[in-house]
Design a protein around this ligand. Structure first.
Ligand code: PLP
Length: 431
């Protein structure tokens, strides 16, 4: 997904016109636009795999971020930094809002939501009428979890590697209303796609009403075969809710291809959008039957906007999503994916054969991308994390959870090979 000079100039024209009629405009510096455009012919003339190795391009991408070079941030899975242009856009909208909040937020910035919805939907591959903009994956997914019509005895399929916020939401419904959670037994390190599918299918029954499935498991990066499992669920009349918090803008796909009915993601993870931005997708014919958590005037409407009745919120952050999308388009989804796969292979291939190192993630490109769980025999995650930070200033996160013991390593597009060399040195010096 690249951007041509023609589409770029078209967008720029629309945005310039927008500025004169009082709708929010894109905040990109002329230099940055020019620099970004210069790379396009080169990116488009090569394959993603060739682009993945073009260190001069990725050095430019790195320069777009405002990094602290004393810290090697390898916890992009938690939340990612934003390129400078995204930060500038948020600052601009925020400062402008302070010139007259109710005027700028409710009359100017608010008008940017529909164009933004269209752009996000285009990127996600769905209709804008199926997409609501909100603050994070937890809000999107919990709104759906609490909004579904379920009764006592109805079963919901989950597994212990699903994200705790969502499991807590389902457990609350279990306590309050007597729905039943059925835990599918998964081994996200060793099971094949076929075994994972079978584990879900063997737990589907007439009582199963909802399948809750995480696309990319945050603990160890395993990509689950969502479509294959969802196809089985749909054939049995089971609704499918997909947690896409870690897969969106990380691995390329369009949401409808997953064959899920409901989906939620954060945009402040792999899209590098402002902190506290997210979105929800609901298949058009299902919207009317989901109750919003914050009630609008017509809660049974089939208008997806009923989920955006969130009260006063940070409009500046929301509008900053546009620059993050633009940045993503300039890099190109396939190029980003190829680069992240390249970075994964770069560091894992240098440490995998060291005695006592355990890579707790299947490394083939279909099963994982940039998020890898690393263990070391005899050490806890906290000990590995301290070792890497103490001398090497590599920041990552300890994950000792459900049989996994170690740290999670998540490079992003701005991560340099030199950063990874330091990581490798740190891992090789573990004793
Ligand atoms: C799989 C998964 N789902 C949902 C979330 C929640 O994301 P947020 O805190 O942005 O709401 C996370 C956060 O890390 C996650 O890893």
């Amino acid at each position: 997904m690249g951007i041509t000079r023609r589409t770029f100039m078209g967008r720029a024209g629309i945005l310039a016109a927008g500025a004169t009629v009082g709708i929010p405009s894109m905040v990109l510096s002329a230099n940055w636009k020019e620099e970004a455009l210069k790379w396009q012919p080169q990116l488009q003339s090569k394959t993603p795999e060739e682009n993945a190795k073009d260190e001069s391009f990725w050095a430019w991408v790195r320069q777009c971020y405002t990094l602290n070079y004393n810290l090697i941030n390898l916890n992009n899975g938690g939340v990612s930094p934003q390129p400078k242009q995204v930060q500038d856009a948020v600052d601009h909208h925020y400062h402008q809002s302070n010139q007259g909040p109710s005027y700028y937020m409710w009359r100017i910035l608010d008008q940017g939501r529909e164009p933004l919805r269209r752009e996000l939907a285009e990127y996600a591959g769905c209709s804008p009428e199926e997409l609501a903009i909100n603050r994070n994956a937890s809000e999107a997914l919990e709104t759906i979890i609490f909004g579904l019509n379920l009764k006592k005895g109805d079963e919901v399929l989950v597994n212990r590697y699903d994200y705790p916020n969502m499991l807590n939401a389902w457990k609350q419904r279990e306590k309050r209303e007597g729905i039943v959670l059925v835990y599918v037994n998964l081994d996200p390190v060793r099971m094949s796609d076929a075994q994972i599918k079978e584990a879900y299918v063997s737990n589907m029954s007439k009582k199963t009403k909802v399948l809750h499935i995480t696309h990319l498991i945050n603990w160890n990066g395993r990509i689950l075969p969502v479509k294959a499992v969802a196809d089985e669920a749909k054939a049995r009349g089971i609704d499918v809710l997909c947690d896409g918090a870690h897969s969106f803008a990380h691995v390329p796909y369009s949401i409808p291809d997953l064959n899920c009915d409901y989906y939620g993601t954060s945009l402040h993870k792999w899209l590098s959008a402002p902190f506290g931005t997210g979105m929800m997708y609901i298949r058009k014919e299902k919207i009317a039957s989901v109750w919003p958590l914050l009630a609008p005037e017509k809660p049974e409407s089939d208008d997806i906007r009923k989920f955006e009745s969130l009260g006063t919120r940070n409009f500046a952050l929301e509008q900053g999503i546009r620059e993050a999308l633009e940045f993503q388009r300039w890099i190109g989804n396939e190029n980003k994916h190829a680069r992240l796969q390249y970075l994964k292979k770069y560091w894992t291939s240098k440490v995998a054969s060291k005695a006592d190192v355990e890579i707790n993630t299947p490394l083939n490109p279909e099963s994982s991308c940039s998020l890898v769980h690393l263990g070391y025999k005899g050490k806890t995650g906290a000990e590995i994390e301290q070792h890497l930070f103490g001398k090497y200033k590599v920041h990552c996160v300890a994950i000792d959870y459900e049989g996994l013991k170690g740290v999670r390593i998540t490079p992003h597009v701005y991560t340099s090979l030199r950063d990874l060399d330091v990581l490798v040195e740190g891992i090789l010096s573990l004793t």
